[in-house]
Design a protein around this ligand. Structure first.
Ligand code: NAD
Length: 476
């Protein structure tokens, strides 16, 4: 762990093993941090933050660029570790994640120097009113394992660019990636205490970060149930919560069906389906269902399951048991209620771990099945059929959580009408749900358990800073 400018063990001396989902072998051993360790990190961050906030935005811009440079210098090494620890294919995905990680630091570097505020007209002739944006102070950051470099870098880049000090708790199964990313931050030269990395069980160190009175604000990306627990612990603090997806894609009868199938299939299987905006459910109009299925099966056939370190693999193992159990439970529920598993449907044997699931397509899924009601987070494309447009919108909205929605239609009027009625934070037209540009606002819709606030480019900076109003008397 990196606390107060030093690499340190847990106060208890305990460690946690990290096992590779690719090989089943030990990848690393990391400290099992304690509440006391979080306390030390928060104190260090509180001491360091005012001085760090005193740097100009241009000095912090240069720091962010140096971090991006350090990440890119170690591009292949980071991607190799990411593949071994997380399971995503090295060539098809891991290198790309490292590039996006660097891009977040470049983007925050640029955006912070352009973060302007307002001069507000005064109702009183003797006063002038201006606003300034300031860092929130010590920012607690808790992150998941599906993009263990890219997602933390969204918070780290904007948080540091804005002048916050950070106490970061990464997911236990990918804590080695967090150590490597922290090394890149250190290579760029950063004062002690400005960034602190505490590894350990989320229920202990994550919980302590969320609730600690010295932590001013909390950024959390992870599942909806954990997000709610974090939100309660952090009651009263500013919170940026990016939670579970279960995103639908709707294919209307006038759509380019081949395009819809290709894009939603890739959206379902990329990163082995472990993306918050994965295509979790595909709603297809009955008249184009058969053609859609043919095209979707072709896409599923293109995803080559295998050792993610080899060049032609495009689908690696799941990261851990939890999505595997969820996949099995959802498949079992669907089979019992009459759905048809067309390809895939169980872990493939012959690999070093039981986490290798092929691209799976399930037809005749109904709204009362778990595939529709809960996020699966695995490489599966569940297909539901609809007849009427209103029915498609109602089924899409029936899931408790929904981050993003995709809509395929050639009818512009329908596209807009449907987009406005979907309870999603983002709607992609003629794209699957699994499409996002990192500088655009991303987050859950109100009324859904998919999060609070918006990440992405300057929107992250807005969340990680606070607005202060200054009133000055200038006399008569
Ligand atoms: P998770 O909720 O299990 O864990 C997320 C983080 O929270 C981990 O670091 C974990 O250690 C920590 N944690 C666990 N219990 C905690 C507690 N009681 N208090 C504080 N922290 C605690 O999620 P996961 O399995 O790592 O990630 C997968 C989930 O993340 C999926 O639901 C996915 O949709 C979601 N996700 C959302 C987004 C988004 O942008 N909305 C992006 C990626 C992933």
């Amino acid at each position: 762990m990196w606390i107060d400018g030093e690499w340190t063990a847990a106060s208890s001396g305990d460690v946690m093993p990290i096992t590779s989902p690719v090989t089943g072998e030990l990848v690393a051993t990391v400290p099992r941090g304690t509440r006391e360790d979080v306390g030390r990190a928060v104190e260090a961050a509180r001491r360091a933050q005012p001085g760090f906030a005193g740097l100009t935005a241009f000095e912090r811009r240069d720091l962010c660029h140096r971090i991006a440079d350090a990440i890119l210098r170690r591009r292949e090494e980071l991607a190799r570790h990411l593949t071994l620890e997380q399971g995503k294919p090295y060539h098809a995905e891991a290198l790309g994640e490292v590039d996006v990680t660097a891009q977040f630091f470049r983007m925050a570097a640029e955006d912070i120097t352009r973060l302007e505020t307002a001069v507000i007209p005064s109702s009183d002739r003797t006063k002038r009113v201006v606003t300034i944006r300031q860092p929130r102070g010590v920012y607690g950051v808790i992150t998941p394992w599906n993009f263990p470099l890219a997602i933390p870098s969204e918070y780290l880049s904007a948080g540091l660019a804005a002048g916050n000090a950070i106490v970061w708790v990464p997911a236990p199964t990918t804590a080695g990636c967090a150590i490597k990313l922290t090394e890149c931050v250190l290579e760029a030269g950063i004062p002690p205490g400005v960034i602190n990395l505490v590894t350990g069980e989320g229920a202990e160190v994550g919980d302590e970060v969320a609730g600690h009175p010295g932590v001013a604000a909390v950024g959390f990306t992870g599942s909806s149930p954990t997000g709610l627990a974090v939100s309660r612990r952090a009651a009263g603090k500013p919170q940026l919560l990016e939670l579970g997806g279960n995103s639908p894609t709707i294919v209307f009868e006038d759509a380019d069906v081949a395009q819809a199938a290709r894009r939603s299939g890739r959206g379902a299987f990329r990163n082995a389906g472990q993306i918050c905006d994965s295509t979790e459910r595909i709603l297809v109009h009955r008249r184009v269902h058969d053609q859609f299925m043919d095209e979707l099966l072709a896409v599923a056939g293109e995803f080559r399951l295998g050792d993610p370190r080899t060049e032609n693999t495009t689908l690696g193992p799941l990261n851990n048991d939890r999505p595997a159990r969820q996949m099995d439970r959802h498949l079992e529920d669907a089979r019992q209620k009459g759905a048809r598993v067309i390809v895939g449907g169980s872990a493939q044997s012959g690999f070093p771990t039981p986490l290798y699931y092929p691209a799976t397509v399930v037809d005749r899924v109904r709204p009362d099945m778990l595939f529709n009601l809960e996020e699966t987070f695995a490489p599966v494309a569940p297909v539901l059929v609809f007849d009427a447009d209103d029915e498609a919108v109602a089924v899409a909205n029936s899931a408790p959580s929904m981050l993003v929605a995709g809509v395929f239609t050639r009818d512009l009027r329908k596209a807009f009408r449907v987009a406005e009625r979907l309870d999603a934070g983002i709607v992609n037209l003629n794209e699957s749900s699994a499409y996002w540009q990192p500088h655009t606002p991303f987050g859950g819709a109100s009324g859904k358990a998919s999060g609070v606030g918006r990440l992405g480019g300057k929107y992250t900076l807005l969340e990680m800073t606070q607005l202060k109003t200054l009133v000055m008397d200038v006399g008569e």
